[in-house]
Design a protein. Structure first.
Length: 566
């Protein structure tokens, strides 16, 4: 195993160099560096693209769903769903997923997940450990046809030497043989944080060791040994987690027959570099331009008078031989090519101007929505890839949660829409019973993507317009649209409580007469034809409960108008 890992690490060095080049380009010109010179960057298109795509693909912690087709198991599925989402929040997997997706834009993103137990006054409690593995620290089988099919998959970790010596899961005799690392093979070029010097103050304060942590899939075992001491086996344990191992990989597709993927930034790098070189050249040409005065010997005195005069001063000219000449400047071809390069880069990314909000706004809201949808369509494939990665991660969280045989806690279940909660037990016995349930684990698709109030309101109004086209058929079936609900939703998403306050919810004739006059609501509406008067009467009777509920709802919403839509 140790020899195979060493061979794979050497074979994978070109991929690490590529990742370093792409990340270095995204840092721009003025990011502090300890190694090498920074490239000249007029506009950091790489970082702008990184932020636009990352924001489009992922924004916050996903919400897991637990579904079952057996009605009797529904209440247990709800408990499992509450526990799953609590684990998602407590494990900080939201930030870790963001790091994994960011890394996948440059090479391959990797997520490490394992379970640990800590002692509490109530007993042992399971804690899920989730970490993002930097690509330079990722180890995979270089001979595999696909990275996901690697026989061994692991990572390199830095551990304080004192923690290695006291680790309860490491072999007591072997852990005393581990030596501290002081530079050497751990040079900065092969490190995840390659811009940090290999000898930092942290290494002066705490001696540390670099360890391989590799999962062997055929045997289902997890091995740990020092990078520089392959003969010291610190751990050889059976993996009791999901079958695929502690690591999951994310990338956006590889060429046929090749294990390493083609990252999005790999496609954008050349165009971004060309656009920046042309922009730098155009600005240098313009900065080198000069304004010179050309004159003859006969007009020397006139030329000197022009040079000595202040701005907006008049100078008598009798002959016409004194004139200003502009020498140099940005070449028109360079400027046009720089603009063409920027436009081609925006096109290759998928309308970067629209993604970053830098383009001119469309004349109407409908056109703006169409442009946004067209921009998002170019990234739907990447969005599907991210969803197919997040869903198995949530399934692994559910796997660890259900198979936890130690933790005893309680869950807070909501009581309908009353806003009240009550506690239910969450014990190992209950989890063992739920484990036998045939449940389907899913992820709410819009739970981790950006859903702003403006976007939700645009989709809502678009749906209302579509439904409004069926008004005649709805009226024939006795269906009407609740205008109050429409105005309430607009007021909520636009943060305009005054808009909702303009509605008159009390339709009592006496109240209307007091507001609009003594004859308001008392006379029937006259028809426009000669068919005579028509009278439309609609009578509703209530026991008063609905009015009380409506009053409570209004009071609650007016006190929380600024709450953002979930």
């Amino acid at each position: 195993m140790t020899q195979c890992v060493e061979w794979s690490v050497k074979r994978q060095q070109p991929y690490r160099d590529l990742n370093r080049m792409l990340v270095d380009a995204a840092m721009g010109q003025y990011y502090p560096r300890f190694l090498g010179a920074a490239p000249e960057t007029m506009i950091n298109l790489m970082w702008m693209t990184h932020r636009a795509i990352s924001r489009f693909l992922y924004m916050r912690t996903p919400r897991g769903l637990v579904n079952t087709s057996v009605p009797q198991w529904k209440i247990f599925a709800e408990d499992a769903e509450i526990a799953l989402n609590r684990s998602l929040q407590e494990s900080n997997v939201g930030r870790v997923l963001s790091d994994v997706i960011d890394q996948a834009l440059y090479s391959v993103g990797a997520l490490f997940m394992s379970a640990d137990y800590v002692g509490t006054p109530e007993g042992m409690k399971q804690v899920l450990v989730t970490e993002s593995v930097p690509f330079p620290d990722l180890v995979w089988d270089a001979g595999a046809r696909r990275m996901e099919d690697s026989d061994y998959l692991g990572r390199v970790i830095d551990v304080k030497l004192v923690d290695v010596r006291e680790h309860p899961l490491f072999d007591p005799e072997e852990r005393t043989k581990v030596e501290a690392e002081h530079g050497g093979r751990g040079d900065a070029e092969n490190r995840a944080n390659f811009h940090r010097p290999s000898e930092s103050i942290r290494r002066d304060l705490y001696e540390s060791a670099r360890l391989y942590q590799v999962f062997d899939r055929p045997s289902g075992r997890l091995y740990v040994w020092p990078v520089d001491q392959p003969d010291v086996k610190l751990s050889d344990a059976v993996w009791n987690g999901p079958k695929h191992g502690p690591l999951r990989l994310l990338h956006f597709g590889a060429p046929p027959g090749h294990p390493f993927p083609v990252s999005p930034m790999m496609n954008y790098y050349r165009m971004a570099r060309a656009a920046n070189l042309l922009l730098v050249k155009a600005f240098q040409q313009e900065q080198a331009a000069k304004g010179l005065m050309l004159y003859t010997s006969a007009a020397k005195e006139d030329a000197q008078e022009v040079v000595d005069s202040v701005d907006l001063n008049s100078v008598l000219q009798e002959h016409g031989s004194v004139r200003w000449a502009h020498i140099g400047g940005a070449a028109p071809g360079t400027v046009s090519m720089a603009e063409l390069g920027r436009r081609l880069f925006s096109y290759a990314v998928g309308n970067l101007d629209q993604l970053m909000g830098l383009s001119v706004q469309a004349p109407t809201a409908s056109q703006e929505r169409m442009l946004s949808e067209a921009t998002g369509a170019s990234m739907k494939d990447m969005g599907h890839t991210v969803f197919n990665f997040i869903k198995p991660v949530v399934e692994d969280m559910y796997w660890f949660n259900i198979r936890d045989g130690e933790t005893v806690s309680s869950l807070s279940r909501p009581m309908g829409r009353t806003g009240l909660n009550y506690s239910v037990s969450w014990t190992p016995e209950k989890r063992r019973m739920i484990e036998r349930m045939q449940a389907e684990i899913d992820v709410e698709p819009y739970s981790y993507t950006p859903r702003t109030p403006e976007g939700r309101l645009a989709d809502y109004l678009g749906a209302v317009q579509i439904i409004g086209q069926f008004a005649p058929m709805m009226a024939a079936q006795g269906i009407t649209m609740d205008v109050e609900a429409i105005v309430r939703t607009i007021a909520k998403y636009r943060d305009l409580p005054e808009l909702y306050d303009t509605l008159i919810l009390n339709q009592d004739p006496e109240r209307l007469a007091a507001l609009f006059g003594p004859r308001s609501g008392k006379e029937p509406m006259r028809a426009m034809g000669n068919t005579g008067p028509r009278r439309y009467i609609r009578e509703s009777r209530s026991d008063g409960a609905a009015e009380g509920v409506e009053l409570l709802r209004m009071m609650g919403q007016r006190g929380n108008q600024t709450t953002e839509a979930a």
